[in-house]
Design a protein around this ligand. Sequence first.
Ligand code: SF4
Length: 344
Amino acid sequence: MIPGTPQIRHLTPADWQQALRDCVREPQELVESLGLGEEWVEPARRAAELFPLRVPRSYLARMRRGDPGDPLLRQVLPLAEETLDTPGYVADPVGDLQALAGPGLLHKYHGRALLVTTGACAIHCRYCFRREFPYAEQHAGKQSFAPSLDVIRNDPSVTEVLLSGGDPLTLGDRRLAALLAAIEAIPHVRRVRVHTRLPVVLPERIDAGFVEAWTSTRRLQRVMVIHANHAQELRDAEDVHAALCALKDCGTTLLNQSVLLRGVNDSVPALADLSEALFAAGVLPYYLHVLDRVRGAAHFDLPEATAMELHAGLTAQLPGYLVPRLVREVPGADSKTMLQPASR
Ligand code: SF4
């Protein structure tokens, strides 16, 4: 361990499970704890009927008090705009339901299969493209992962299994270790990739028990794609750094995906700051997604031309390895679609 590197605290499963249970769910509490005016409460209540509010307390602690434009708050505060029906913004913008190959198993791209492991998340991001996903019927872990794993076992073209959700890290350590063991037993799978927001929003989750479960697979290469959208989610957050450091120390390849969001990170300085903060925490920026046009999130969207201008500005400022790929997910396409100006 390098001197000065943040150390993982000795936490017990009870700590992260308690933090998960203890999330803020009432608009009144969110608004009061940030010292915002009462006028934010009623619209938030109405929008939260469509997609409930959920904010971990350690994430809340990173927000500025008295600032309704805080970039972390903007990601979680339900707004009246969510209740508007905007043409072109739909329940399943990325075609998840067309790509089902088994219970909670999505097969979109060659060589990869994605398990929707759970419907649970620690945080509810208002722009989430799965905010209307029918988790009650479609998640692979509903009863047993076995039927979905059978589909993967019978398809030798699958070399990488993605664990997604919801957030797969809301599963307990034993369940995760058993799932990893079952994936490891499929000879043609080489890699496991977890998509999770927990190291950023509930870093308590990366405890000794998790590291043991995660490293229980000896054969599979382990990749974790975290999700941060703003440098303020990472800077001065010692617990987040400790969690990411623990993941790095146990041999995890760490990448980040973010979403370009109006009012959160829609400027070159904000995006450049995010890349710098990620790299300082040992994470490479991987994707910058334009918004998936999910119902209720139109107010976060930006024109594609603006997204490309911002990306060009970022490319002009940073070394290539700090510039994420600007992409859109197009339903039915056989890979993510890279967005680049026509003249390139
Ligand atoms: S953590 Fe991920 S899956 Fe959960 S609400 Fe946020 S974006 Fe959606």
